[in-house]
Design a protein around this ligand. Structure first.
Ligand code: TK8
Length: 338
């Protein structure tokens, strides 16, 4: 091969190698992603959003930038959901429970005592049932990427120690904007009031409400221990968070850009669950050290509470659809037998 021809062949080879790289680089445009969330920056939610942002920036060579906006600065969950649907905001993470007004199937996750362990939650949420529920968001203008762990919820209040059902009588309890939670706590005798999370701290502080329920992590990171004296370990329901994207915006992304977001979301899920579980493991002791009085329920009282709470199950089944309900129960039975 003469030198000229060799040079031409070499140049062609370089071009052939570079072509896919160039194509994918063109497929990734400079993007600014407004990513909203409800808790503060120091929370497990805040840490995981930061992790997600770093993954996206790394994978896109700095072209896709995530602006993480916490503490409900873009509004409570329901307001951000509408901003995503309208295309005024790109992404968010929040409770599945606040999505029930958009996708009724999300209420499946609000079923009291649905999961016995985080392991069960992972299998069902990441499996076909979780995918099916997530997919229902699509025709409502949202794309669900992955579920994160909010966690098992526990009860706090400033009025009195709750060690039996009757102690909840007349306790004014903030719940999420969700009928299953409303019905659940009304059936326990509490005076349940729906309220966005962003208003909760000051409502507790001013005693507009007496109590609330959230995972240990959130009680700690939102400093509820400063305004709540009593904590009862109820673990009454496992709460997921879900990352959602504006479908309007998502549909305009290239496959390469969508892949970057999906990969980062999956990585953030693993990071978030690990981080959340580690924190939950020490949060209870920390809350105690900060002055909260911790009450465990006797097995008999736990059973009474469980019995009352699971009375709402029949209506959840009807509401989310009996097929989905039965499929979930069957999957859990199979999982528990394994
Ligand atoms: C944060 C909320 C929170 C939830 C609640 O935006 O509202 O009590 O548990 O995590 O989604």
């Amino acid at each position: 091969m003469n030198p000229i021809r060799r040079a031409v062949v070499a140049a062609a080879a370089v071009a052939a190698l570079a072509a896919p790289l160039l194509a994918s680089a063109q497929d990734i445009k400079p993007r600014l992603i407004r990513f909203g969330y409800g808790l503060n920056e120091q929370s497990n939610q805040g840490r995981a959003v930061k992790f997600f942002a770093e993954q996206v920036e790394k994978a896109s060579g700095g072209k896709m930038r995530v602006r993480a906006i916490g503490a409900a600065a873009l509004g409570p969950d329901t307001q951000m959901q509408q901003a995503l649907i309208g295309g005024a905001q790109e992404m968010m993470v929040g409770s599945t429970a606040t999505l029930v007004g958009i996708t009724k199937e999300m209420a499946l996750w609000d079923t009291p005592f649905l999961f016995n362990s985080a392991k069960e939650a992972d299998v069902i949420l990441d499996g076909p049932i979780g995918e099916k529920v997530k997919a229902r968001l699509q025709d409502k203008g949202l794309v669900g990427l992955v579920y994160w762990e909010n966690g098992f919820r526990n009860l706090t209040n400033s009025k009195r120690p709750v060690t039996k059902l009757e102690d909840l009588d007349g306790v004014k309890l903030r719940v999420m904007q969700n009928n299953v939670f409303l019905d659940s706590f009304r059936s326990l005798g509490a005076n349940a009031v729906p309220m966005p999370f962003s208003e909760l701290f000051s409502a507790l502080e001013t005693k507009a409400v007496d109590g609330q329920e959230n995972p240990f992590n959130t009680i700690l990171s939102s400093k509820f221990h400063e305004v709540q004296k009593y904590l009862t370990v109820t673990n009454h329901v496992y709460s997921p968070w879900i990352i959602t994207v504006s479908k309007k915006w998502w549909d305009g992304l290239s496959p390469a850009e969508q892949k970057i977001l999906m990969d980062a979301a999956r990585a953030s899920r693993d990071f978030e669950r690990k981080d959340t579980r580690e924190e939950a493991g020490r949060a209870l002791a920390e809350l105690k050290a900060k002055g909260m009085q911790i009450n465990e329920l006797s097995p008999a009282e736990a059973a009474r509470m469980r019995d009352r709470l699971t009375r709402v199950n029949a209506s959840i089944g009807v509401n989310v659809g009996m097929d989905l309900w039965n499929e979930t129960q069957a999957a859990l039975t199979k999982l528990r037998a394994a």
